[in-house]
Ligand binder design. Sequence first.
Ligand code: MRU
Length: 356
Amino acid sequence: MQINGKAYRTIWFENNTVKIIDQTKLPHQFIIKDLKTVKDSINAIKTMEVRGAPLIGATAAYGIVLSIIEKNDQSFLKKSSEDLISSRPTAINLKWAVDRMIKKLSGINSDEILKVALEEAKAIVEEDVAFCKSIGENGLKIIQEIASKKKDTVNILTHCNAGWLATIDWGTATSPIYHAHQKGIKVHVWVDETRPRNQGANLTSYELNEEGIPNTIITDNAGGILMQRGEVDLCIVGTDRTLSTGDVANKIGTYLKALAAKDNNVPFYVALPSSTIDWSIKDFKKIPIEERNSEELSHVEGVDENNNVATVRIYPEKSKALNLAFDITPAKYVTGLITEKGICEASEKGLRKIFK
Ligand code: MRU
């Protein structure tokens, strides 16, 4: 997608180095950062220089490549895989990508291993781009249907950033929106700010602006009244882990938006590539929910009138704060799952129908 009129992906490989867009600096600064070691990859995932389930999966895949460049040794590779998988706990794409890399590399001799690893990491990246594009084509039908009945701007609410910055290109939740915009359908996006890290305000609004898509940032609590006023036609969000039951883990606050949508008969769709499906557990209480540093709540970063970036504390110094990063939306609140294979019911039956 575009930044300043130039097409970018969120991650690429060049001269034995992984290049990323440092998302902790957006929207105020656009900085491309080099990852040269597996430690750099782990750090980029932990500090959220890269974030979003598919992108951290791709970063972990390239992390395996960097680990082989550093030290072509089986025990180092094993340790690197474990450290990459545990760098963030909720998004299943991380484990999925590392497991896929390790499976591909098993039995490959040390002369060949780097070549094979690089090919597989690139395949993961290309597959994600293709899947996100298909998600867009499939989700477009939902927007087209609403547009044909409404004959006016379609208002879509999204939470967090499930945009191209969270993937390699296109995004998941945003892909149907980009496809609709390209088809000339009038869309407007309500962007949940997404406290505490403000991925909605800092990243989703930023990328929609760059693509010329009208959007308005709202506080995380505003979606309910907008739905009551009939100003939301549709919600589309992303997910970090979707169980075969159709239950969905996504950024904290998604669940409350789904409840409000249900109460107001607003369709609530979740967009995901199959790499985000966890077929191994059925009980959503078993999904590890990441708890991040409470300073992400108590401190806020912004720019002053001279465009200098500054961080300020906004909470009383003595107050405790709890920073749960994800919540679960039970399948019963999900209208449908938009995947690369089509749209299905959020249930085991629905998923099994399209993912044989
Ligand atoms: O903590 P983040 O910013 O990594 O959380 C991202 C999300 O919750 C996204 O909605 C999810 O990863 C889907 S990205 C296509």
